[in-house]
Design a protein around this ligand. Structure first.
Ligand SMILES: Cc1ncc(C[n+]2csc(CCOP(=O)(O)OP(=O)(O)O)c2C)c(N)n1
Length: 361
């Protein structure tokens, strides 16, 4: 419905539900049951509750660096909901909504942000790759997964997530080129949250939109309102079906906004005006779906309160449990790269150990 006709040089962003929760494109409304819509909403709300509480823990000095995804919940939950359980997801590092929808245990997610790599060891049936910190490297992993799936004669697809800044990395180009040439079962979601740390999207690429980049690879590219969960779901579903049919990859630019900081080590007030954030707060993806659900009579204040309370307690208990596990030993950082520490690693280890000793840690 969308992909065939969308011209990334001429057409504007796809939207199904506006910022007030009104359906503005009823013909395109995906077929979702009330239960499915509630699941989408609850996953987004859960993600937001985790984000808010984790920021508090970090500010209390109880958590290491954390990358919030405030404002990007619909981009993540809407797209991953359009895949099936056995499909693979290759996240960057900000995809809390993807982990939650896939069924990643919160304990594991907290463990990771607490510096314990075991947190990224997912249960067998949670097909999400570990966080990949080198920007855009996960794009390559997703093409590898898609290639393997086809080689094995499976119908699983691989969906990858990358930021707007990540589209300027060589890995992005290599992944799209390879996937397109091989017609692999991939879906590439660019979370265009307008920033790569402090660098605005407009000054890190000359392309008019990120969706346009697809033209050069000979694949469909489409720009979607990333704060509209129905649009994200509908367009991704089409791309997923296309990939599963053997028709190759799609590039989806989810146009959204990172309302929080890049990470807890960042101060966004240095490079952007609060009024800009306020404008985007008005387009909040969660408020939007809540308005729609309340209008439809499938959600109310009471449910909202009960859900918030229950999940808040769960987050607190899970965090406190992980907190008790303590920080991982310093050696863990150096011992799993090579069978034996190389001289450079050994020197780095000794330097870090001496630093901690001086700091009294
Ligand atoms: C190869 C590489 N270069 C630089 C960094 C440091 N770095 C971490 S996040 C980031 C910005 C990424 O921006 P974007 O791709 O837009 O994703 P976002 O953080 O906005 O989700 C950079 C440059 C890195 N992790 N990897």
């Amino acid at each position: 419905m969308f992909l065939e006709n969308f011209d990334p040089l001429k057409d504007s962003m796809i939207q199904i539900m506006d910022k007030d929760g009104k359906i503005v494109n009823p013909d395109a409304m995906p077929e979702l049951s009330d239960e499915e819509i509630i699941k989408l909403y609850e996953t987004m709300r859960f993600s937001r509750i985790i984000d808010e509480k984790t920021l508090q823990y970090q500010r209390q000095g109880r958590m290491l660096t954390y990358a919030p995804n405030l404002g990007q919940e619909a981009t993540q939950v809407g797209s991953i909901a359009a895949t099936k359980q056995t499909d693979w997801a290759a996240p960057s590092f900000r995809e809390l909504g993807v982990w939650l929808y896939k069924g990643a245990p919160l304990r594991s997610i907290f463990l990771y942000w607490f510096g314990n790599e075991m947190g990224m060891h997912m249960p067998e049936d949670v097909r999400v790759l570990p966080i990949s910190v080198p920007i855009a490297s996960q794009m390559q992993h997703a093409t590898g997964l898609a290639y393997a799936s086809r080689y094995k004669g499976l119908d699983d697809i691989a969906i990858a997530y990358v930021g707007d800044g990540g589209t300027s990395q060589g890995d992005f180009h290599e992944a799209l080129n390879f996937s397109a040439v091989q017609s692999l079962p991939n879906v590439f979601i660019v979370q265009n949250n307008q920033f790569a740390i402090s660098t605005r999207r407009k000054i890190q690429t000359k392309a008019g939109t990120i969706a346009q980049k697809a033209i050069a690879y000979g694949i469909p590219g489409i720009q979607v309102d990333g704060n509209d969960i129905f649009a994200m779901y509908a367009v991704t579903k089409e791309a997923v079906d296309r990939a599963r049919r053997g028709d190759g990859p799609t590039l989806i630019e989810a146009y959204t906004y990172r309302m929080g900081a890049h990470t807890t080590s960042d101060d966004p007030t240095v490079y952007r005006d609060n009024s800009e954030v306020d404008e985007w707060r008005d387009k909040d993806p969660i408020d939007r779906l809540r308005k729609y659900m309340m209008e439809k009579g499938i959600w109310d204040e009471e449910k909202e309160e009960a859900f918030t309370e229950e999940k808040g307690k769960f987050v607190k208990a899970t965090f406190e449990d992980v907190e008790k596990s303590g920080l991982t030993p310093l050696e863990d950082t150096f011992d799993y790269v090579f069978a034996e520490r190389t001289p450079i690693l050994e020197a780095q280890y000794q330097a870090k150990k001496a630093f901690y000793a001086k700091e009294g840690k």
